[in-house]
Design a protein around this ligand. Structure first.
Ligand code: 13P
Length: 253
């Protein structure tokens, strides 16, 4: 990582969060300042809370992101949200290609790449998610899948400033299961090499997060693995204490 690229602890609230959840966001925004010298922090709430979250976090170290955007700048796309709208709400990041979207919305690598290019144009930093299914892992295809997803989902023009990769094995999401340390090390080393081969120095410093059943009890061990530059957290980001416990682990390192 470059000096300006600290580890990133990011929370994905998925389809969770009402106006009352802004109390949690406020507690997180207040709490992360203690770790800001060593760690970047981000919460991606549902779209309905984006603007309020951006207002609450303004002036704090906490960054706010969307969970998806459309590839088009604007137009007749009922129900969709553009990258520019996310930026206009005050957010600076967007998660793209999450496996829940790849699976439920049949989102393809190509679509993720178009969305990422649109997000970069709007000035957003993208978190491009990838990861193998349980069946792919069992067939020994994990690295092939990661290589293809990286190649096809990350657009040309990606830099260490505008792009973060998140490795989220599909079978580890919300299950309490995580890959072994050796498996994560192998996957992240493989992705690092692929990013360097394609993006040179930028690929060397692009952050690669691990996601999938990250909790306060396993975060320190997971974040200590080579080429793991932070975490993308689902369930454990919904409670301020849990999220802050994870965001604080770099203080001890
Ligand atoms: O999908 C995830 C984050 O994007 C991970 O979810 P969990 O942390 O709940 O396993």
């Amino acid at each position: 990582m470059t000096p300006e690229n600290k580890p990133l602890i990011a929370g994905n609230w998925k389809m969770n969060g009402l106006q009352s959840s802004l109390e949690t966001l406020t507690a997180i925004a207040e709490g992360v300042s203690a770790f800001a010298a060593k760690t970047d922090t981000l919460i991606c709430p549902p779209a309905t809370l984006l603007r309020a979250a951006a207002v609450i976090s303004a002036g704090t170290a906490l960054r706010i992101g969307g969970q998806d955007c459309h590839a088009a700048v604007n137009g007749a796309y009922t129900g969709e949200i553009s990258a520019e709208m996310i930026a206009d709400a005050g957010a600076t990041f967007v998660i793209l290609g999450h496996s829940e979207r790849r699976t439920l919305q049949n989102e393809t690598n190509g679509e993720v790449s178009y969305k990422a290019a649109a997000a970069h144009t709007a000035g957003l930093t993208t978190i491009v998610c990838l990861g193998e299914t349980e069946a792919e892992r069992k067939c020994g295809q994990t690295l092939d899948v990661l290589g293809r997803q990286l190649e096809e989902s990350v657009p040309d023009g990606a830099t260490s400033g505008n792009t973060v990769i998140a490795y989220e094995p599909v079978w580890a999401i919300g299950t309490g299961l995580t890959p072994t340390t050796a498996d994560i090390r192998e996957a992240h080393a493989f992705m690092r090499a692929a990013l360097e081969a394609r993006f040179g120095a930028e690929g060397k410093t692009m952050r690669i997060l691990y996601g999938g059943s990250v909790k306060a009890s396993n975060a320190a061990e997971l974040m200590a693995i080579d080429n793991v530059d932070g975490a993308l957290i689902g369930g454990a980001s919904l409670k301020a204490d849990d999220f802050l416990a994870i965001a604080g682990i770099y203080e001890a390192i």
